[in-house]
Design a protein around this ligand. Structure first.
Ligand code: NDP
Length: 280
């Protein structure tokens, strides 16, 4: 019998825990979001982050630039935020326009304020088994796995997608939980053979209903990261109706991984605040 993983309700529990933690701080950690251009999806994500900050009584600043902004101007604004004591976390909303090198921009954020966990220092620490700030979506996936009591030790975890944002950091998080990890991508020769082996299957491809029932092991746990808009409806990368009939646990879209990502961003902001306070 399949069961749905209710990411929304788990995220609610996390907000309650974080709210108590923020109340105890007696201070107001601050998030700055740097947004370049006016990509509609980015605007939605940015608004969700603002709402989450309000909920937890955290301060929030949006720093906007037109898509024509120069790398110098953008980097000097990030430098100001790095120096600003009232800002504990900085996010550069991705994607940035083509003329900007996202690696260079992300690398200019103070690694102790890098609440997206994408700075090479933070990525390197994760790979070295000494994580500090961890990318929010993979962190949210692992939190779902833990809170659902899913035992991944010795199990075969298959990840489809190898982006810096999701797939690559998730490899290391699942390895640290003692899973045997396989990563697939667009050049994988027999995707179905790989995905069918997964006791845990995580899909982050960006193609609507890409993973079908015939590609999934009976009784698997399926985590769908995809967010795709199809005929004005949000759908995941997994063909939910078909696949849910054979899984033990599955995340819906919306209401699965998405709410966890924003909750983990808030968690990272508080972690960043604590790291910075201990350094003072
Ligand atoms: P990217 O486009 O950066 O990466 C997609 C990955 O999928 C790549 O590694 C690519 O392979 C792989 N891929 C593409 N086509 C195939 C194929 N035919 N077979 C196997 N693998 C394939 O996407 P992201 O990781 O940023 O995002 C993935 C999805 O997750 C999107 O829908 C995005 O909106 C969603 N997302 C959701 C979040 C949430 O909070 N729920 C947060 C972040 C993302 P290759 O490397 O070879 O090109």
């Amino acid at each position: 019998m399949t069961r749905m993983i209710d990411g929304k309700s788990i995220a609610e529990d996390i907000y309650k825990e974080l709210k108590e933690e923020v109340d105890r701080l007696g201070d107001k950690p601050g998030l700055a979001v740097v947004l370049v251009g006016d990509d509609p999806a980015s605007l939605v994500y940015v608004r969700n982050k603002e709402r989450a900050c309000k909920r937890l009584n955290l301060s929030y600043r949006l720093v906007r630039f037109p898509s024509s902004v120069s790398r110098e101007e953008l980097k000097s604004s990030i430098e100001e935020l790095n120096m600003d004591k009232s800002i504990n976390g900085i996010i550069v909303q991705l994607p940035v326009p083509e003329h900007l090198d996202s690696f260079e921009i992300i690398s200019s954020v103070d690694p102790l304020k890098d609440v997206d966990g994408l700075h090479p220092d933070n990525m390197g620490r994760l790979v070295s088994g000494r994580p500090r700030l961890i990318p929010c979506t993979p962190l949210g996936i692992v939190e779902l796995i833990k809170r659902e009591g899913i035992d991944v030790r010795g199990k075969r975890a298959v990840i489809v997608g190898r982006s810096n944002l999701v797939g690559k950091p998730l490899i290391h998080l699942l390895l640290s939980l003692d899973a045997t990890v396989t990563v697939c991508h667009s050049k994988t020769t027999d995707l179905k053979r790989e995905t069918s082996e997964g006791d845990i299957l995580v899909v982050a491809v960006g193609k609507p209903r890409f993973i079908t029932k015939d590609m999934v092991k009976d009784g698997a746990v399926v985590i769908d990261v995809g967010i795709n808009r199809v005929e004005n409806k949000l759908v995941g990368d997994v063909d939910f109706e078909g696949v849910a009939s054979i899984t033990s646990l599955i995340t819906p879209v919306p209401g699965g991984v998405g709410p966890m990502t924003v909750a983990m961003l808030m968690k990272n902001l508080i972690t960043a605040y604590n790291i910075q306070s201990n350094k003072k």
